[in-house]
Write a protein that binds this ligand. Structure first.
Ligand code: HEM
Length: 511
């Protein structure tokens, strides 16, 4: 290379480098000045911007709960985020049902999750959402799907969960005996949803994929965490510039999404080749084959798959983690669950899995699962965007373009919904005087599975899976928490304990 060409190249590099520095300085200035631009000096916005809420509250959701409990309308507005947050059931009904069309997911969220979820059901409105919901309801609405969910859970319990728990029990309390139950449940629910929604056997499939399923699961975790981090940027400009320059978290996100997409593509091609898919019998149709029969566009199909993995994976793992934390803290509840199981299923030393019919008879267990999700909903809050100016039933004016969030975590802690003992873990509140589960609650008071027109399609399937795991593990093992402190959550799309859930495991029946 001649001298003049190399000096030209050096100048170009210098110019590019200076440009990057200038962009970074501008971004930092935007962040610093933003607090003045939003023209809000109110206590709430100041506490948010300066993170001073951390002094009194372990988690953002606990601070929001405090603010909502103290608001006469149970609605607050964070000006700095242009976010109206509500724990008022009438407002929730208004946005999820009465004025559903005025509260779509909206463009800001589609942008944040677009790279990861594309046009999948969680990230779409309008016709694309309607189409996916219709197809998914055909599969998830079948009566037999619940018994199938119980079979799948039992297969994965035998294949994966019991061996992991047994080896933790064998390790005992000493040395590395503690087990991170949250991590175990995340793996378990990933395997289960692959088997349930897509008919994939984790053992067999590993041999046909370019990466092991566990690596796929790890990429999936990163993609979901890093996408959620975007939502917490002071301004979308920040992550958009980082994405343009392919630096920092955006670089990691791109790589993780790449892995997820490659493997989702491999799922599709494996499925196209498999005998089940070629069979025209309706019996053999699972969620994936139903979509494959109606969608020709491979990218769209891939997006659909990724959304369904997300739907059924982290939510179930989160529900199981908090359930086991609460049961470990409440020995009376644990004893009552075991007693009920003994009556319905028989003595636990026979080590038989509960049948689907028996599962339905476990009213106290059903109540305990609902109660744990009341206090620890897997999706702590959920936001929509207001399309046109509106007034909520409590009189709050909502301007077009405002983010409107309902907050199941705070709603589970509202005295007017649950009574003065709302902070207590009390499964009995869900049982009538004969010990039978009843749910006469207005669904907008307990929107753990959302409610209204976009209510979760996997609610029954999830409840069956959670109860199958709960009863199987509780009858075989006693768990002791390593740490009794209040949980701290990591940022993410679903509630995740920052330090996992460390437990010591003891087998109830010694071999
Ligand atoms: C404890 C477990 C679960 C909880 C707490 C839960 C909760 C939710 C919530 C809050 C939504 C609304 C999300 C939004 O619109 O932003 C939702 C939607 C959905 N869930 Fe679940 N879910 C669970 C398990 C499952 C499972 C196992 C499946 C599938 C097998 C599933 C399938 C879906 C689907 C397809 C939607 C989208 C519905 C729509 O947009 O029309 N969920 N779920």
């Amino acid at each position: 290379m001649s001298y003049s060409a190399s000096s030209w190249l050096q100048s170009l590099i210098l110019l590019l480098f200076s440009l990057i520095i200038i962009i970074i300085i501008i971004i930092l200035l935007i962040i610093r000045l933003r607090k003045y631009w939003c023209c809000c000096n109110c206590g709430i916005c100041k506490a948010y911007i300066e993170s001073s809420w951390r002094v009194r509250f372990p988690n953002l959701c606990d601070w929001y709960t405090h603010l909502l409990r103290n608001s006469p309308t149970r609605t607050i507005h964070i000006h700095a985020l242009n976010n109206t947050i509500t724990a008022n059931p009438e407002n929730v009904e208004h946005m999820l049902k009465t004025r559903f069309h005025n509260y779509p997911k909206g463009k800001p969220f589609s942008a944040i999750l677009g790279d990861f979820l594309g046009r999948g059901i969680f990230n779409s409105d309008g016709d694309s959402w309607r189409f996916q919901r219709r197809i998914a309801s055909l599969e998830l609405g079948r009566v037999s799907i619940r018994a199938y969910s119980s079979d799948v859970a039992n297969q994965e319990i035998r294949r994966y969960l019991l061996p992991v728990m047994e080896s933790a029990a064998a390790a005992g309390r000493g040395g590395n005996g503690a087990l991170d139950l949250q991590d175990v449940f995340r793996r378990f629910s990933f395997f289960s949803i692959c088997r349930f929604s897509f008919g994939l056997d984790p053992d067999i499939f590993d041999d046909h994929l370019s990466l092991p399923l566990s690596q796929f699961a790890a990429a999936f975790d990163s993609a979901s965490e890093l996408s959620a981090e975007r939502a917490m940027s002071a301004s979308p400009i920040i992550w958009k510039v980082k994405r343009l320059l392919n630096v920092g978290s955006e670089r990691k996100l791109r790589r993780a999404i790449g892995t997820v997409h490659v493997l989702a593509g491999e799922f599709i091609s494996q499925r196209r080749r498999s005998a089940d898919f070629k069979s025209s019998s309706d019996q053999k149709k699972d969620l994936m084959s139903r979509f494959m029969a109606s969608v020709a566009d491979e990218t769209y199909l891939r997006d659909i798959i990724v959304s369904f993995l997300l739907a059924g994976r982290d939510t179930v793992a989160s529900a199981l983690t908090s359930f086991f934390m609460l049961v470990a803290r409440h020995p009376r509840v644990e004893a009552t669950i075991l007693l009920e199981a003994e009556k319905v299923i028989g003595p636990h030393n026979e080590n038989r899995p509960a049948s689907y019919e028996q599962l339905r008879e476990l009213h106290y267990l059903h109540a305990a699962v609902h109660e744990s999700m009341r206090l620890y909903p897997p999706i702590q809050f959920n936001s929509k965007f207001c399309s046109n100016d509106d007034v909520l039933p409590d009189g709050t004016f909502v301007k077009k373009g405002t983010r409107v969030t309902y907050h199941p975590y705070a709603m589970g802690r509202m005295e007017e919904i649950w009574g003065p003992d709302c902070l207590d873990f009390k499964p009995e509140r869900w049982l009538n005087k004969d010990g039978v589960f009843f749910h006469d609650q207005n669904p907008f008071k307990y929107p753990v599975f959302q409610a209204g027109i976009r209510v979760c399609l996997g609610r029954e399937v999830a409840l069956v899976e959670i109860k199958t795991v709960a009863i199987s593990l509780l009858r075989s093992f006693h768990l002791e928490l390593v740490d009794e402190n209040i949980p701290r959550f990591s940022p993410g799309l679903t509630a995740t304990f920052r330090h996992g859930l460390q437990v010591f495991v003891r087998a109830r029946i010694q071999p």
